[in-house]
Design a protein around this ligand. Structure first.
Ligand code: FMN
Length: 217
């Protein structure tokens, strides 16, 4: 039954401006897990069970990363200098119930995924991340990248610092949400920039900043 419901979400995907869009399930805005408990229990987890994540879990993690929390003004879960939002969020899906393996881009406004490419990119991404097994073994990897030009126009070089600070906020949001979902994650900053750019198909002006593998502990 659960699988059928998830399959329906995927079938609801629409084709807008040529891109395949996949509507994500509504995230939850409350849980029994206190913020204190998530802080206490957050630990880097680099080994995961060989189990799929659900689309609901993926939806929740992406919402924690960059979900819209103030529709009128387009403000998000993480703070951003000047509300300029220089970050982009990608999902490298290897094993997600009801979602084909592939590379997706998270679109905060519609809380949806845009399909970028088919196929499991985890092994390739792991190679680009100096062979780190967490990247290959996690059912999903959330990747954060920056379009610095969105913020340096207003703040000059300081915009680079602001973007890197914001990346930390977003990473911690994902880490704490993972704890509250009973999942494990680790922040991966050690990788070859050019190789990661290639795997994610990033345009020249977009720089990869964080890889965040997430899986069942
Ligand atoms: C900016 C940054 C980059 C990191 N890069 C990696 C990495 O490439 N691989 C990895 O396994 N852990 C990485 N970590 C996780 C740290 O190793 C980890 O946070 C640290 O050992 C403390 O452990 P804890 O997270 O369990 O408290 C990184 C952490 C930060 C903040």
């Amino acid at each position: 039954m659960r699988f059928i419901l998830l399959a329906v979400f995927v079938m609801m995907s629409s084709v807008a401006s040529g891109a395949e869009m996949i509507k994500l399930p509504q995230p939850k805005y409350d849980s029994q897990f206190s913020i204190e408990k998530t802080l206490l229990e957050r630990r880097s987890v680099r080994n995961y069970k060989d189990e799929a994540l659900t689309l609901a879990e993926v939806s929740q993690l992406l919402w924690a990363a960059q979900g819209i929390t103030d529709k009128a003004n387009g403000l998000r879960t993480a703070p951003s200098a000047g509300a300029l939002y220089p970050l982009e969020t990608y999902l490298v899906a290897g094993k997600v119930t009801g979602l084909p393996s592939g590379l997706y881009k998270y679109k905060p406004r519609g809380h949806e995924l845009e399909k970028i490419a088919d196929g499991d990119k985890r092994a390739e991404l792991s190679k680009a991340a100096l062979g780190q097994s967490s990247v290959k073994e996690a059912p999903v990897v959330i990747a954060l990248s920056a379009v610095y030009a969105r913020i340096t126009g207003k703040y000059g070089d300081r915009g680079i610092r602001y973007t890197d600070m914001e990346t930390g906020h977003v990473g911690e949001n994902v880490a704490l949400q993972a704890v509250a979902l009973g999942l494990g994650t680790v922040m991966v900053g050690a990788f070859n920039d050019d190789a990661v750019k290639k795997v994610l198909g990033l345009p020249a002006e977009e720089e990869p900043l964080y890889l965040i593998p997430v899986g069942k502990k």
